[in-house]
Design a protein around this ligand. Structure first.
Ligand SMILES: CC(C)(COP(=O)(O)OP(=O)(O)OC[C@H]1O[C@@H](n2cnc3c(N)ncnc32)[C@H](O)[C@@H]1OP(=O)(O)O)[C@@H](O)C(=O)NCCC(=O)NCCS
Length: 166
């Protein structure tokens, strides 16, 4: 199992992965495909968003792929923090396809993502989750997350914030 960068090769797998999420809001949102946009164009737009787009910071996206070339999860790694990321989203956002949850894959995915933040040179990695996301909190703690103060968004959502020191 390893990380792979999005490319044309993954189009069918990416579509199948997304369909598994049904009405759920797929996480990270950078992997959301729109029906009327060709995959080539999606990849071009993703590359532009990775470089810098509006108020986004530079970031990279990876699939977590198993030995059968099946996409198991997806991760978006932000290379720095702006005010919003510092309070709400942190450095790393991830998701695991619904049929593959509770098998340790997110714990593994975050550990692989931390190797990427190491390469970027980030020493203190912020990873967050909503207060009710017990699974994600366990994933972060499994990877050495130490909890900091929570942040309450204007609409009342409470975000738990953890630092992982490298
Ligand atoms: C949260 C999510 C990433 C967890 O993925 P996963 O592959 O199931 O996580 P793991 O198998 O590595 O589980 C890690 C731990 O959390 C526990 N856990 C996972 N899901 C859980 C749940 N729904 N309720 C309670 N515990 C849960 C596991 O039992 C495991 O515990 P352990 O370390 O004590 O054995 C996955 O449910 C998901 O993609 N959810 C939707 C998107 C999302 O919430 N992303 C995170 C945004 S912050």
């Amino acid at each position: 199992m390893h990380l792979e960068r999005p490319s044309l090769k993954w189009e069918a797998e990416h579509i199948a992965y997304m369909q598994e999420w049904d009405e759920d809001r797929m996480t990270p949102s950078s992997f959301h495909l729109k029906e009327d946009i060709p995959y080539e164009v999606y990849l071009e737009e993703l590359a532009a968003k990775e470089a810098r787009h509006g108020n986004r910071v530079p970031n990279t996206n990876y699939f977590l792929v198993d030995d059968d070339e099946r996409i198991i999860g997806m991760v978006n790694i932000r290379h720095s923090l702006n005010d919003y990321l510092l309070q709400v989203d942190g450095h790393i956002g991830y998701g695991i396809r619904p049929s593959e949850r509770r098998k340790g894959y997110a714990t593994y995915l975050l550990s692989e993502a931390l190797k990427v933040t190491d390469q970027v040179g980030i020493r203190s990695v912020l990873v967050t989750c909503n207060e009710d996301n017990i699974g994600s909190a366990a994933v972060i703690i499994n990877n050495g997350g130490v909890e900091d103060a929570s942040f309450t968004e204007p609409h009342g959502n409470v975000v738990r914030r953890f630092w992982i020191e490298r």
